[in-house]
Structure formats: C-alpha cells, structure tokens
Ligand binder design. Structure first.
Ligand code: GAL
Length: 813
C-alpha cells in the first residue's frame, strides 16, 4: 500500500498531482461486492496502469475481426489500496483518469464517486468526502465495454494514466485555464489567460492569483498578480493579460512551448499551484489563402490515426506514441486527425513538441448508431459534457488547429441533421472562439443539400477528391479539404503478379504495388495528390491511415460499404491493411510514395524485392518513387533508361467509384518492365542532371544471420521507456531475406523486460506477449521495456539454422 502526502516542493509547500498508476489489482469478470473495502482481493492480479486487458488475447474468431478478434467486451474490475496522510485532512482529494474503456463506475470506500460511459474522454471525481485520512482506503473501478460497440479495436481497461490530486480548497480545477495570444508578429505579444478558481471553503475567500510565464528554456519572463474574491462554494473566473517580449513562436520548424504557472496565494503564502503548457502562434483559415500558420500558408499533409499502439494495444505509452509520430514525420506528415475520438493527452504533448498540426475529433456517431452498442446510446445524455471537456482539455495545445464534431455521421442523410451540427458547433465556439469546427462528410451531395455543411466552419470530405472543384464552384466561400482520403490497402513485402487491382488473392494479403484492392470507396494515393495539386484552395488531406491499426481488416472481412456491418468470413485477418506503415512501424513501399510527394530532402525508392526464383526471364514490373526530377534503373549494371517524373506516366488499372473505368495514369510513379534475372537492381535519382539519391536491392542468398537494430541504444530507467528492436533476417552479406519467416526466440538479461513482439502480419494469431515470433517477410519486432533500475540490458535472439545474435542497450536514470 502506498501513502500519499503533500507534494514535494518544500519552499512553497506546493501541492502536486501524483501518479496513481502503480500497484492496482485486476480481475476480469463480474465480482460481487468488489466495491467494499473488506472485499477479499488477495487473489486478484497485481499490475501497474495503464493496462489494456484485451490485447492479452487470445485472438479468436469468436470475437469480432472488425474489433481486432480480441476479447474487448465483458466486465473488468480494478482495485487499489492506498493511504492519504492526515496532513492532507483539510485538502481536496480528487482522482483523475485520462480515460477508461469504458462505462467506468468508480467507488471509494464503498461509496459511489461517479461514472463516465465514453472511453476516450478524461474525467475526475472529488473523492474528499469518502477518504479516511491516515487509514486504508480502497478505490474500485468497474468497466464494462460491450460487444459490437466500435468499428475498430477500442481496447479495454484503465488504458490511460491516472493521477491523485491533493489541492487546497481554493484551487484551479481540472483544465481550468484558457490561454490565447494576440499580435504575435510584434515585438510584444499579449498572452491572455482566463483561469477558473474553485472555492470549496464554506466562506468567501480573498486571495491572489499570481501567474508566471516561463520561456521555452524555463526562465520566468513575465508575472502578474491579481487580487481575487471568490464566493463560498462557487467557481470564479479571472482574466489576466501578460506581455511576452520577442515571442518565440510555435511553428512546425520551431515548436516552442511556454509554461504558465498559476499560484494561488492566501495571506501572501502560496497554497496551490497549477501548470499549463501553451504556444504562441496564429492560425487563420480563409478561402483565399487556405490554412495559415503565423501568416504562412501550409498545405495539410495529414494522416488519420486510431489510438492503438500495435502490439502494445491501447495502453498509453509515451515513447510508443512518440515513435509513431516520428515515423510519420519521416514520411513528411505535418498533420494528424485523431480519428474518430479524443486522443491521449500524451499524443497532443508529442505533436506540440514535434511540430505536427492536429485536428481533434469528438465522435464517430451522434444519435444514429453505426454499430449495435455504439456511442449513440449515450449521445443524448453525455455529448455536451464530453464535447465541452474535450475542448477544455485540449484548447491550450498550439498543435490543435480545429475541432471535428463528427466522422461520417449518419445524420448527413437526414433533413434535420443540421440541428445537431449547429448545436455541436455552438458548444465548440462557446468553449473556444479561436478554432473552427469541421466534420468528415462521406455523403455527396446530401449534406450540402440539407444544409448540414453550413453548420461547420470548414467542410471535410471523405473520399470525394474528384468533386472538390465542383463543390468550391458551387460554394465560393466554403473552405474544403480531404478529411479522409485514399484507403489504399497493402501488406508489407507482399507482391502479386499480375498487378491488376481487380485481382482478389486468397492469401489474406494485399499486394504492395498499391493499385487499390480495398473497399469500394478506396483509390490510390496518386489520385488525391493530383487533385490536391490542382485544387489550390483545398487545405490538403488526411489519408486513411498513418499506421496500421488493430481491427477493421478490410478488404478481408469487411467489404460492406453501406452499413459498416460485421464479418468474420475472411478470418484470420484481424487488423488493418490501410496504412503505409505496418502494425510494428515498419514502412511499406507506399511510405516512400508519400515521402516522394511530401518531403524535399532527395530520396528514391524501388520495388519489388529482387528474389524471384523460378521467374527467370518473366517480366517483373519495377516501380520507383522519388522527389527528384528523374530516375535511371540499372539491372545487374545495365541501364534500363531514365524516366522523368511527371512526364513518363505509370498506368494504373482504374476502378474507383468516382472514376470512369479504364486506366488512370499516375504522374507520381516511374515504372519499367524488367525480365527477371537474379543479381541487383539499382535506382539512381537525378535533380538538375546531378545524382542526388540511390537505392540498391540485391537478390538475397540463403538466410544465415539475425541482425538486431535498436531504435535507441540508451533508454530511461523509469519502468516505462521502450527500445524498439528491429529483427532482420539476413544472408551472409547482410541482405534482407525478403521471404524469410523463421521463428526467432528471444531472451533478456539485466534491467529490462520483453514487453511485446510483433511482425506486422495482419493474419497472425500469435500472442503479442510472447518471447518468440516468426519473421514476416524478413522482419519482426521486439519491444523491450526498462525497469526502474539502471544498467545494461542484454538481448539474445536465436533461431534454428541461423547464427544467434546479441545486442546490449543501456538503461539510465
Ligand atoms: C471510412 C471511415 C473510417 C474507416 C475507413 C476505411 O469510411 O470513416 O473509419 O472505416 O472508411 O476505408
């Protein structure tokens, strides 16, 4: 049991938020009387949060493939025994959950503290009346996610962080500051801070609110103190204006973060303190200039992302989230749409830090459900609180540029659907007047005809690239962008011949030539690139999706294009094929197609691999992606000629729903037909006639060794940090064996644990928590977590017939 007292800062006796993640007890199933203090939980499993019970599996056809083929639904209980020192007796004690999946009900010492159905929103309960100071307390949390409650893998459990907060009775409540700035281009920026101050004393309080602004380096650069009087049992609002000289603006290239520290002083003594992070930046959306950040137009090169972390499930982990966004940045991504729900607080912190713009989305359903047990069940009672809380939570993040009130909401098709859109937009504006609202519409032209599009500030279109121009001609003042685009599918390292899109292979794997095998609304990325170039006024796009995610294994087991129904008929497909990056974070070929359009540092890519034994003399289509002017292909040293980007087009068999049947000619890919002979293929990219980038693939020989490559050789000894280790199966010369699928066994010594393994195969039913994994097309992934002890972590990888391999990483305090 842990004892929690007042916070650490001795000088000012500040009270602080304390991590409340350790030493919980968990039971999967119904547990009668588990709310009671005396309940016997001695047999329950001990664990630390965040925790996702469903990722532990097993995968089974009995669960829905659309929700990951994992046991999401059912009841789960968490309990924690804790003490709070008597020193805190006159304080306010609250417990804050960043999110719990879902239908959370919380009791403290047998008394009901509160509930929250929506799994993606944070919430907090004041538990002061239930606490026995200096004695044992028990918090019990019951979660009950239902079957068929989402169209993707939601995870299950207390999957985000929990904090215990000890505050003075006069304090700034959860999400209690709102920070905006004015005149950012001048030498003096005005920062406006509106703070809520909650008085839980029985009488009126006279106090002071002192707000300090800290520069990105942490130096105090501005201070203001206001006298305040707050009536008993009320929350007062205080507006303060502070000056910041020579502001260091937040931009994609300079993601500068300021800190505001709000101190509450009674009788000149600091009795409570609250920290807010913010950025100084200006955003503007206009029909003439599109989206502008600090006066500069930026086209959105965005991705939609679900919230899971692949083999780690949905249990929030800072490093795993950061790695996802680093990989996205490497592809040229500058924006994220948090489809289709509020993200973890960590995700926004990371986007602030990396300089990535964010559209925070609230809902996938309003009143009309898409699944039998969806959010529509809770919409009437909870939508206003959920939406207000989302905005209060996220509005100080400089990365957040718009609020999405819904994705493909079925009210688009209703004549009075606009009424809900209007109400939701009004809620957003009342909480934050600085950002526009938007929604992702997939019906066309219905939401234009029934006025729904009038009640969002910016119109997002899902999968209608060919209509952007028509929409803008008919609505000259409208601001439009692709809120969801492409939905191309593919499996890493898989190539099928011939490459026609219509071919549906029975392997449950989709070819990486990326010419569309997918749902009826899908189309290759090239189509969107072309429209975005043509329609200058479009803000850009958010492609579906940045990372593969658990669940929705379209085109297998999910071919329905109208009702979002459920199929298991293509089992064992159980996770998505949509992304240019697989579930482990390994890039597929499509990653480089986006890179060739979204980045400027010279790059070139070539596909497929060059191990086609038995196809000697057959024609193999070779594709190359580059951001340079032209590419020359060499096969075994012989040139197959140069191709010029934008001039030499690649024919793609077209069967997209909005496109006349026939052949679509891509300006974005270069291609050659090459009779196969083993050896090597090499692409050389030129810019202004000068060689700028090269890539070469060799026909790999027999698999002979394992190569372990860590993303970070030193990690923090905090029991949370991760090292992601790429496991490559190579021939004796270090070439990746593109068809290798050997089983690799891992062992670990020292101050780390194996936390998960994976290989990016959307059909694998092996447990992620295992210590062994088969490679999938030459690669698998090992995720190692630090313990709280620093030192060396030694990893060994073994496989029959391959030379065993070792890797050492450091873990430091
Ligand atoms: C969209 C939907 C997404 C996802 C995608 C797959 O219609 O908004 O959530 O299902 O289709 O292509």
């Amino acid at each position: 049991m842990c004892t929690i007292g007042l916070g650490a800062c001795k000088q000012t006796q500040l009270l602080s938020d304390q991590e409340f993640n350790k030493e919980w007890l968990f039971f999967k199933g119904e547990a009668e009387n588990a709310i009671l203090v005396e309940f016997d939980d001695s047999n329950w499993r001990k664990l630390n949060l965040p925790h996702d019970w469903a990722i532990e599996g097993p995968f089974s056809k009995e669960y829905n493939a659309r929700t990951g083929g994992l046991p999401v639904h059912g009841t789960g209980w968490y309990r924690k025994h804790f003490q709070i020192s008597k020193v805190a007796q006159n304080k306010i004690i609250s417990v804050e959950f960043d999110g719990a999946m879902n239908n959370a009900n919380v009791w403290v010492n047998g008394q009901f503290a509160g509930k929250r159905p929506f799994g993606y929103i944070g919430f907090e309960f004041d538990i002061t009346p239930f606490i026995k100071f200096g004695e044992e307390n028990v918090i019990a949390v019951r979660l009950s996610p239902e079957d068929l409650s989402a169209r993707w893998y939601s995870g299950a459990g207390i999957y985000r962080n929990v904090k215990l907060k000890i505050n003075n009775k006069l304090h700034i409540p959860q999400w209690g500051t709102k920070i905006t700035s004015k005149n950012i281009s001048g030498s003096n920026t005005q920062v406006n801070i509106t703070s809520s101050i909650c008085n839980k004393y029985k009488d009126q309080k006279t106090a002071q609110l002192q707000t300090q602004i800290l520069s990105p380096k942490g130096e105090i650069i501005s201070v203001i103190t206001s006298d305040i009087v707050i009536q008993a049992k009320t929350t007062g609002i205080v507006d303060q204006k502070l000056n910041v000289e020579n502001p260091q603006v937040w931009s994609l290239e300079t993601p500068n973060i300021y800190t505001a520290i709000s101190n509450i002083l009674i009788g000149g003594k600091t009795v409570d303190s609250y920290e807010s992070k913010f950025g100084i930046r200006e955003i503007k959306f206009t029909p003439e200039n599109g989206f502008q950040l600090n006066g500069k137009t930026i086209k959105l090169q965005g991705v939609c992302m679900h919230h899971d972390l692949g083999p780690l499930g949905t249990a929030v982990n800072y490093r795993a989230t950061e790695r996802q966004m680093e990989i996205m940045k490497g592809m040229g991504v500058n924006a994220l749409r948090t489809s289709h729900n509020p993200p973890s607080p960590e995700m926004l912190e990371i986007c602030d830090k990396l300089g990535i713009l964010v559209q925070v989305e609230a809902f996938d359903e309003w009143k009309i459900g898409k699944v039998p047990n969806g959010y529509n069940k809770y919409f009437d009672e909870w939508h206003e609180k959920d939406l207000r809380d989302m905005i209060k939570r996220d509005r100080n993040h400089p990365s957040v540029i718009m609020w999405s009130i819904g994705n493909e909401i079925l009210e688009q098709g209703k004549t009075d659907g606009w009424k809900i859109a209007k109400a939701l937009t009004e809620i957003c504006h009342s909480e934050d007047s600085t950002r526009p609202t938007t929604a992702g519409f997939n019906y066309y032209p219905a939401p234009f005809e029934n006025q729904l599009t009038k009640y969002v500030d910016i119109v997002g279109m899902n999968y209608w690239p060919i209509n952007y121009e028509e929409i803008l001609e008919a609505n000259p003042n409208m601001i439009v962008y692709g809120s969801e685009t492409s939905s191309q599918t593919s499996s890493r390292g898989v190539y099928h011949f011939p490459i026609e899109a219509k071919e549906q292979h029975q392997t449950n794997q989709v070819s990486s030539y990326d010419v569309t095998v997918g749902p009826a609304w899908a189309y290759p990325p090239d189509v969107e690139f072309e429209q975005q170039e043509k329609v200058k006024r479009s803000l850009g796009e958010f492609m579906w999706t940045g990372f593969d995610y658990l669940g929705e294994p379209t085109p297998y087991g999910g071919r329905d294009n109208s009702t979002h129904g459920y199929w298991n008929d293509d089992w064992p497909s159980r996770s998505s094929y949509f992304a240019p990056v697989d579930l482990c974070g390994f890039p597929k070929d499509r990653y480089y197609l986006y890179q060739s359009q979204w980045t400027t540092k010279p790059m070139v890519h070539v596909l497929p691999h060059w191990n086609w034994e038995g196809k000697e003399g057959d024609i193999i289509p070779v594709y190359s992606y580059t951001n340079c002017d032209e590419v020359e292909l060499f096969v075994n040293g012989k040139s197959f000629g140069k191709k010029v980007k934008g001039v030499d087009l690649t024919p793609i068999p077209a069967e997209f729903h909005f496109f006349p049947k026939g052949t679509y000619l891509s300006k974005y890919r270069l291609s050659w037909d090459v009779p196969y002979q083993p050896g090597n293929i090499k692409v050389v990219a030129y810019k202004n006639g000068k060689v700028e980038a090269e890539k070469e693939i060799h026909t790999a020989g027999k698999a002979s060794q394992i190569n372990l490559v860590a993303d970070r050789g030193t990690i923090n000894a905090d029991g949370k940090d991760l090292s992601f280790i790429t496991v490559r199966i190579e021939d004796e010369n270090g070439n990746l064996c593109p068809n290798a699928n050997q089983l690799i066994e891992f062992s670990i010594e020292g101050n780390g644990v194996i936390t998960a393994v994976g290989n990016g195969d959307a059909t694998s039913l092996k447990a992620y928590q295992s210590k062994e994994r088969n490679a999938f097309n030459g690669l698998c992934l090992l995720i190692v977590k630090s313990t709280e002890k620093s030192g060396i972590i030694k990893i060994t990888a073994k496989s029959n017939s391959l030379t065993c391999s070792e890797l050492t990483i450091n873990s430091k305090k």
